[in-house]
Structures are given as C-alpha cells and as structure tokens.
Design a binder for this molecule. Structure first.
Ligand SMILES: [Zn+2]
Length: 461
C-alpha cells in the first residue's frame, strides 16, 4: 500500500525542482524541500531511514563542503551511491530537497547513504530526523558573521547541539582544535579523533586571528608545542593538564607542494598508507583526515580511501581550477580570517604571486567587513607581484593592503568584476593566478566565467 501523503510530498518537491531548473532560477536547492515538507513534515526522516547505509553529518565552520564531497567520492569508489546536499544548501530544507530528488515516488531511495553538510545551528533540527551513523566535526572558527559573537557562546551552541546525541552515532572530531576536542571528548559513544602529527607543518606562533587560546576549564592560555594555523595545533593547559587527545587517524611525514597539494602518510589503527591530494594547504589535511576517519568507521578499506583521496578534485570555489581568458587560475573562497591566512600562505609558496581579491559585503558575505583587519595581509608586503582588488568593497580592501605595507604600485583597483578578471588574467603572464573572493563575489565571478564557457553551473556538478 503506497503512502499517498509521502508520494504527494515527493511529487510536489520534484515538480518544484524541475520548474526552477526550467526557469533558470539557479539550482532550486531548498524550495523543493520546503514544499515537500508542507505535504509531509516527516519526509526527511522517512526518506533518510530508507537509506541502506544510513547517513553521515559533517559540521564545523570551515571544510564542510570539501570533507563531505570527499566522503561521497570515497564511498563512490567503494560502490556506494550517496545522496548529498549541494552548494551551501545546508539547511533542513536543502537536506529534504536532496532526499526528495534522490527518491522514487514510492519513497524508495536512489542511493545507499546520505552525506549531509550541516551548520551547527541546524544540527539539532536535523539530527533527530537523520539519526546519523557518524557526525564529523571539522573545526570551530569565528565566521565573519559571528565577529561579535564570543567564541565561547558559539562553542556553547555546539555543546547543546551535540549533548543530545545518542551513543549510536560515532563522533569523528579534530583533535588539533581545542574547542572541538572539548566537545568531542564528552561524547558517550564511539570517538574517533584525527590530527596532524608533523611539526614541520607548524608556524611557530599563534596568529592574530587565533580564537581559542584559553582553556575552557581554567581560562588560562594553552601552551602550544606546535601551531598549525589559527588555533589548530598541539596544545596543553599548564594548570589543569587538559591536552590534545591522541589522534587515531593522523597525517605524518607531510610533504607540502604548495598549490599542487600535499602528500603524507595516512596513519590509522588499521595500518598506514601513503596518500597524495591536490587539495592545497595544511587546512585541507584536516579535511582529508576527517573524511578518511569517517570512511574507516563505515568499514571502507584503507586502500580504497587512499585511491579516493588521490582521485578527488575540489569543488565549487574550494581550490577549484578554472581558466580565465585561457590562463590557468585557481578559485579559493575567502570567508574568515583563519581561512584567508591559510589561503595566502598557500599562495605565497609559489613563485610569483598574481592575485585577484574580490570583497563584497552582501548579507551572505557578512555586512561588516572589519574582519579584513584580522587577516595577516602583512605577509604579502614585498612578495606580491600584482594584486587586482575588486568587488563592492574594493576600496576598503585596497586601504587594508596599503596599511599592510603592500606597495600601491603593484595594486590595481577595479570594482567591476568582469574587468578585474581581464586585468588579473592579463597580468598573470604565465604565472599562476589566484582568485580570492568572498561568497557572493565568488558566485558573481563564476557566473561571468560560466558565460565565457570556463566553468559549469554549480547545480550541474
Ligand atoms: Zn585548564
């Protein structure tokens, strides 16, 4: 006996998705979910439960998209089709939409496992419906939107969201992040910590943007034996002895190849394997470790995981390789000081730096751009060959660079994004071009590149 209410919800959701595609409304990533839930409020739970291999949730400030895509990719090599919410549609409606799109009218899934990226505010709303097999916590930074939010309040929200987890869900968490570890070590079920075990990845000192320098128990500053970036590192409280958990999945013998990515020994409780990834920067090592630990927990063989890591190509604005007027360029989303610093550091490893920095201040970027003062642009002084500054707040960005000691003669301010792209491509002259946009600037740049035939629409990925 088919469930008519569920069938109506799925049909309505699919119709709305088809309609918004036909109208070119841009992917229709949440509306189908909203409509389906109006017909059957329990549509998410019903469809999620039908997935043979259950669901995985990936949450945290940075790296959610890369980590969840890498999990899907590895599971694909292991022969499992995943249902995955895309392109920042990480609210409850986006998850319902993804499930509806991957179900038959009868509610039979056209997939084996759900891999969903969820922000910490949405986690309590979807956790109950999804009943995940594993939750992956990447890291906890202050987003530009949370600039005035105390990091402790944000950690508190996480604690509240994760406190209600039952022990059946495994918690995969970043040992190098003290805030994440604090939450992770309190989980009553299976805990899988991951982290970097290589001092050569260290910076030496905490950056301006480091968020969590203080022990949550005693309020005294942590001692860091190594700092990887932001507040990530090997830390210990000198007063109460709270320290970084020993990671069960770790990266050792790291070789950093700049923009070409990294190679390292992936060490696990089930053996070690050499892996290489085209994902650049130390921050992406965490994403690779998170995905590896998650897939190990799901029973994927280590060799399959290594193959998945080696064949994965980055997604939508996350170190995406594009061509601008025939020149090779890489698109790196800039969304908060810690992420921006890591992107700049990765960029400076290459010979000759030509970059386009595009800063918007629309709602999705955060209206307040004073976070730019927390980014260590000082590292660009004397080391950038050519910088094109664009976006709605191009002038503010240029001012910030001037204060950072960047020579104004290497800077071009061009508010129009299309012209800025041309200027940057022209200046690159065979050197790699880095495009560093905020979120809405990235969407606009991608639209321009798409019109020029250089990239696909993000809903076509
Ligand atoms: Zn302490």
């Amino acid at each position: 006996m088919p469930d008519l209410r569920l069938a109506a919800a799925i049909t309505a959701g699919k119709a709305v998705a088809a309609l918004s595609r036909a109208l070119g409304a841009g992917g229709g990533t949440t509306m189908p979910g909203r409509v389906a839930r109006r017909f059957a409020p329990d549509v998410t739970a019903r469809l999620a439960r039908a997935l043979r291999h259950g669901t995985i949730i990936v949450t945290g400030t940075n790296g959610k998209t890369t980590t969840s895509r890498l999990v899907s990719h590895i599971l694909g090599i292991a022969g499992l089709i995943s249902v995955h919410n895309r392109a920042g549609a990480n609210l409850a409606a986006g998850i319902a939409a993804a499930l509806v799109q991957h179900s038959t009218i009868r509610g039979e899934p056209r997939g084996d496992v759900g891999v969903f990226e969820v922000d910490e505010a949405t986690l309590p709303l979807v956790h109950e419906a999804l009943r995940p097999r594993a939750i992956v916590l990447t890291n906890l930074f202050r987003d530009q939107l949370d600039r005035y939010g105390e990091i402790d309040i944000i950690a508190g929200r996480w604690r509240a969201a994760l406190g209600g987890l039952d022990r059946s869900a495994a918690l995969v968490f970043n040992a190098d992040d003290p805030l994440v570890s604090e939450v992770g070590t309190q989980h009553p079920g299976v805990r899988l910590a991951f982290g970097i075990e290589d001092d050569s990845c260290g910076l030496g000192t905490l950056e301006h943007s480091a968020d969590a320098r203080y022990c949550y128990r005693c309020g005294v500053p942590y001692h860091y034996a190594t700092v990887y970036f932001g507040h990530m590192g090997v830390y210990r409280c000198p007063q109460c002895g709270t320290s970084r958990p020993i990671p069960l999945v770790s990266a050792r013998e790291v070789t950093n190849r700049g923009l070409e990515g990294t190679a390292f020994l992936l060490s696990t409780t089930q053996g070690s394997v050499h892996v290489s990834t085209t994902l650049p920067g130390v921050y992406n090592i965490h994403n690779v470790l998170a995905a590896s630990a998650c897939c190990l927990h799901l029973g994927v063989a280590l060799e399959t995981i290594a193959r998945g890591i080696g064949t994965f190509t980055p997604a939508f604005g996350r170190a995406e390789q594009v061509r601008v007027n025939g020149r090779a360029a890489v698109l790196l989303l800039a969304k908060n000081p810690a992420g921006f610093n890591e992107v700049l550091r990765t960029m400076l490893r290459a010979e000759g730096t030509v970059a386009l920095i595009a800063i918007n201040d629309l709602t999705a970027d955060g209206r307040d751009i004073s976070w730019l003062w927390d980014v260590d642009f000082e590292m660009l002084a004397g080391r950038a060959d050519r910088l094109v500054v664009s976006g709605i707040r191009a002038e503010d960005m240029a001012l910030r660079l001037k204060y950072a000691g960047v020579d104004p003669s290497v800077m071009t301010v061009e508010k129009d994004l299309a012209r800025a792209l041309d200027a940057a491509a022209g200046a690159s002259n065979g050197r790699p071009l880095y495009i560093l946009p905020t979120y809405t600037a990235m969407l606009q740049l991608r639209k321009i590149l798409q019109r020029r035939g250089a990239v696909r629409g993000f809903w076509e990925d």
